[in-house]
Design a protein around this ligand. Sequence first.
Ligand code: MG
Length: 244
Amino acid sequence: MASALVHYTAAAVTDRGRKRSSNEDAFGISVEHGVYLVCDGMGGAAAGEVASSMAVDEMLRLLTSRALAAPLNLAAEEAVRAANEAIFSRSQRNPKLRGMGTTLVGLLVEESRVLVLNIGDSRCYRLRNRTLEQLTADHSLVDELVRMGRMTPADALRSPLRNVITRALGTQKEVAPDIFEHQAEPGDLFLLCSDGLTRELPDSLIESLLAADSSLDELCSRLVSAANKAGGNDNVTCLLVRAA
Ligand code: MG
């Protein structure tokens, strides 16, 4: 087939979980512009909420108003740079927000071309032919130790250091996202999620839940319910994008 036309549909659910008093996760969707984002904020008091919602708002604003001629990866880098700058400078001006930051995982699509952006330990997965593949690498201390062969994946899950992330949006003057490029195929299902999902559920369970023949809304709800049933220790956000 010569046609490269791929259509996307999306759904998302975010939930406070069972232990936290507030929800510092945020998500953003513009199907029209092919922009999908999940952010998991961090910082004292309500600062995490401010950081994650600022990141989503800034990224959406910049990526939905970009000149159509701008190449997607340059637009993505510029949006990350500007969102980082906005969060960082606000935290410098307001002592209550000092040190705030957020993870960012994003999916930007243009026809069948897919860019995955990542900063921090939220994740992007792709389910293709019923097989789940993680498309991002966590910027976390334990993941780096595992990659260096100095910690086993099993120890990483239990480590007291597992909350330490090595890259975040808004905590420093500059930050560079990982950017991965993929080609979407009809039937692909992309999952963007916060660590409130992946800390509670093994990939094998996420894979089997996603393989069900259900609506995206239903799939999001089932993932969130499963995370809450498994402990619900953190805010949990799932955003699904299906290519057809
Ligand atoms: Mg979290």
